[in-house]
Design a protein around this ligand. Structure first.
Ligand code: S3P
Length: 449
């Protein structure tokens, strides 16, 4: 586990219990789709426009990386205009590419940069430099890429000038980041790139590639493939609201919205919405209204109301479909009657923090009994007393405990919350405008050394 000197976070917040939350809100654009918009728009043959781009630290890291490889990208509010340079137009960055906290940026760029004529180095913050990269470097090297790591960890030193060939690769675990890295590398590779998965994972790359004229040979839960080299046509799309950001408000509504809370324009791609299946099984009142499409992605307005929740055994098949939502699912479980268990969720240990461990100790701090198992967590619903928890610099942990504070007996203090800006920069304002009582504080910076 990281120690205090390892994260940049110095701020925190208090989340106080409230009587109710409600009204309407719009969450910012989808993080996964915003990364792909920059990456794929940059290598298309022309000008692409995206509305609803997520202006957060993670997506800005991807944008800065592509700018430093010669791509003109103009961002005004949430409108982004990208002057694509085609498959052969990227230029060598002058410096290492610092991707901050973003695993998605690093893994997807590893695929893109493996196919370039120039060498490059990808690095990031302490949290990102502790995240496993072999899952992406091993299959990329089978395609002909040469990448050096520090024992499987970043920085990634990617050699230029290698001609890639397509491979037929089976992922050991379902991962959209690895699948996407291989598909992106496959755009330059000779012959078919075929990626097989043991289960579903988010398919935003496949959808966006199709919308840009790339023929996907296969696009199912089990196998995706394309034939390289391929060219990309520019596109004009609106990015839906991020389901993973909406998740905090969905659980907030279930815990504390007497009149109901409406979250508009949320992406409901079925590879992302495992949370809905899980919460409905727990007894949550959730309605999807006004279903429609933004480009190639399905969208709806989500209406949630305070509900009596019961603990459940979470179906392991739902884990990849709710992979980023487990911190807030565990909060719902803390307020549910009885036990909630999840297994088959080892991957949660390799996210921005070890989310099984950090949630387990955080919930204990606020009065909830938990038991960590190798690949999961058991939570006994009970009375949330309040207390002080550490997010370990993990944005989703910080926001989950903000939600936990809504219905707690007393205030919850959350430490190290600066990283909320990696995915949801206006979380505090939006949460408070719907009735949360979150108050930020600045802590003294820990002394190093
Ligand atoms: C992402 C994929 C997921 C998710 C991450 C974003 C993506 O990881 O956890 O936050 O944009 O492709 P996996 O690679 O485990 O699917």
């Amino acid at each position: 586990m990281e120690n205090d000197s390892l994260t940049k976070s110095s701020g925190g917040f208090f989340s106080r219990p409230v009587k109710t939350v409600g009204g309407e809100l719009v969450v910012p654009g989808d993080k996964s789709i915003s990364h792909r918009a920059i990456l794929l728009g940059s290598i298309s043959d022309g000008i692409s426009n995206f509305q609803g781009f997520l202006n957060s630290d993670d997506c800005l890291a991807t944008m800065m990386a592509l700018r430093s490889m010669g791509v003109h990208i103009n961002l005004e509010g949430t409108d982004v205009r990208i002057v694509g340079v085609g498959l052969q137009g990227l230029t060598m960055p002058k410096k290492q590419l610092d991707l901050g906290n973003s695993g998605t940026a690093m893994r997807l760029l590893a695929g893109m940069l493996s196919a370039q004529s120039f060498s490059s180095v990808l690095t990031g913050d302490e949290s990102l430099r502790a995240r496993p990269m072999k899952r992406v470097t091993v299959p990329l090297s089978k395609m002909g890429s040469v990448i050096n790591t520090e024992d499987g960890l970043p920085p990634l030193r990617i050699q230029g000038g290698n001609n890639l060939v397509g491979i037929d690769y089976t992922l050991p675990i379902a991962s959209a980041q690895v699948k996407s890295a291989l598909l992106i590398a496959g755009l330059w590779a000779k012959g078919p790139t075929i990626v097989r998965s043991p289960g579903p994972s988010r398919d935003h790359t496949e959808r966006m590639l199709k919308s840009m004229g790339v023929g996907m040979l296969n696009h199912t839960e089990e196998v995706v493939s394309l034939d390289g080299p391929a060219t990309l046509k520019p596109t004009d799309q609106t990015i839906p609201g991020d389901f993973s950001s909406a998740a905090f408000f969905i659980v907030a509504g279930l815990l504390a919205s007497h009149e109901g809370l409406l979250i508009r324009n949320v992406g409901i791609n079925p590879t992302r919405t495992g949370l809905l299946t899980i919460l409905k099984k727990m007894g949550g009142s959730i309605d999807l209204l006004n279903k429609r499409e933004f480009g190639t992605e399905p969208v709806a307005d989500i209406f949630v109301k305070k509900s009596k929740l019961k603990g459940i055994e979470i179906d392991q098949n739902l884990v990849p479909l709710a992979i980023d939502e487990f911190p807030v699912i565990f909060v719902a479980a803390a307020y549910a009657d009885g036990y909630t268990t999840v297994a088959g969720a080892q991957e949660l240990r390799y996210k921005e923090s070890d989310r099984l461990h950090v949630m387990s100790i955080g919930l204990q701090e606020i009065g909830i009994e938990t038991k960590e198992i190798d690949d999961g967590l058991i939570i006994k619903g009970g009375v949330v007393h309040g207390g002080c928890v550490d997010s370990y610099g993990d944005h989703r942990i910080a926001m989950s405990f903000a939600v936990a504070g809504l219905a707690s007996q007393a205030v919850i203090q959350v430490k190290r919350t600066d990283e909320v800006s990696t995915s949801f920069p206006n979380f505090l304002e939006l949460a408070n405008s719907s009735g949360f009582a979150i108050e930020p504080f600045i802590a003294a910076k820990p002394l190093k050394g």
